[in-house]
Write a protein that binds this ligand. Structure first.
Ligand code: NAD
Length: 341
């Protein structure tokens, strides 16, 4: 199979994309684009003199680039995906796919027209114990789900220092999109489309200059009748600061997981008598996010023509759910989630 050339936009999390791509056979890192010259110089040192540019259009239009990882700040994803799609390249767009629902639906249509593979970086689907929940649900081993919950808990203080765009007064990162996208994607993965959402938010403990709420809690009603809860906070004082919890409760069993423990606890078919202890499923330890698994899957999809696990439609549905949450915050009422543009 022909070699796939890759361009990466943004050398923050883009650096872990580059580290992953260079471990995937038949993939060649071609060019990094960033507007920060210091980061470009650092990248040339770390990646054997890789070509660098600050001209995004020049990077994504090259004939030897077939795949683009969009790893720029959230509010630039739409613009950078449009520019890349115009050249017919495959895209791995970091999460959230966009920070606007109309932009998300527009990308779904444009990806279809361009006939390229498009994946969103909802990397938690590649965390083994979370994938196990999905597998147990798919196999019917938990029975009919009646409740799912997921939390994204992050002490962001040092992240704000490293990535000042997040607290930029003009385009700050909306933590409901930027952090809430992870747990919302997980609950949608196992319980399906959300029909209705109620959202509350406050701001307490994150950087004082951060201009938006830093804690969000939502109640979800899924189209299939399952209920759910998603909590996002960027404000917590806690080390290690980054934890994702993901739990699923069905008529036949319960499964509890989180990113601190590389295992899942499962209770299956417990009756009134003989309440059994949890079974523990151990998993291989991953260091940080499983980006290598995510990008290996994406490259496999490009080669086989298969649909990525989090394709444009999945990404857009999650954005639509988050957007309905923000409408609920405004209206103070439950809001319906749009099923399409
Ligand atoms: N999947 C995950 O778990 C995960 C983890 C971290 C970040 N992210 C996402 O990755 C994206 C980047 O976040 P980050 O933490 O890496 O931030 P970062 O600030 O470390 O990196 C972003 C880089 O983009 C560059 N940039 C800004 N504008 C640009 C432009 N117009 N053209 C080219 N480069 C430009 C910046 O100079 C910076 O180097 C965000 O969307 C974030 O939500 C995802």
């Amino acid at each position: 199979m022909d070699e796939l050339g890759v361009a990466v936009l943004g050398f923050g999390v883009g650096r872990s994309h580059m580290n992953a791509y260079r471990q995937i056979p038949g993939v060649r890192l071609v060019v990094l684009c960033d507007v920060n010259e210091e980061r470009l110089a650092q990248a040339r040192q770390e990646f054997d003199g890789i070509e660098t540019t600050s001209d995004m259009e020049a990077a994504v239009s090259r004939d030897d680039v077939h795949v683009v990882s969009v790893c720029t700040p959230d509010h630039l994803h739409y613009e950078h995906c449009l520019a890349t799609l115009a050249h017919g390249k495959h895209i791995l767009c970091e999460k959230p796919m966009t920070v606007s629902e109309p932009h998300a639906w527009d990308l779904v249509q444009r990806v279809k027209e361009a006939d390229v593979r498009f994946a969103v970086g909802n990397v938690n689907r590649f965390v083994p114990q979370f994938a196990a929940i999905h597998q147990f649900v798919e196999e019917g081993r938990l029975g009919e789900l009646f409740f799912v919950e997921s939390d994204y808990i992050h002490d962001m203080r040092n992240v704000y220092e490293r990535t000042p765009w997040r607290k930029d007064p003009v385009n700050p990162q909306n933590a409901w999109y930027g952090g809430g996208v992870h747990p919302m994607d997980l609950v949608r993965w196992v319980a399906g489309d959300v029909a209705e959402i109620t959202l509350y938010a406050n701001k307490c403990a994150s950087a004082p200059e951060f201009p938006l709420p830093d804690t969000y809690i939502s109640i979800l009603k899924f189209a299939n009748g399952c209920l759910g809860k998603v909590w996002e906070t960027s404000a917590i004082r806690r080390v290690p600061g980054h934890v994702v919890n993901f739990n699923a409760y069905g008529a036949e069993g319960t499964m509890l997981t989180n990113t601190l423990e590389m295992e899942a606890k499962v209770w299956l078919n417990w009756g009134v008598e003989g309440l059994a202890d949890a079974q523990t499923l151990p998993f291989r330890r991953t260091i940080g996010h499983p980006v290598l698994d995510e990008l290996t899957h994406f490259v496999d999809c490009i080669r086989s023509g298969a649909t990525p696990l989090v394709d444009a439609l999945e990404g857009a549905k999650t954005v639509a759910t988050l957007a309905a949450g923000l409408r609920s915050l405004e209206s103070g009422k439950p809001e319906t989630v749009n099923a399409g543009p």
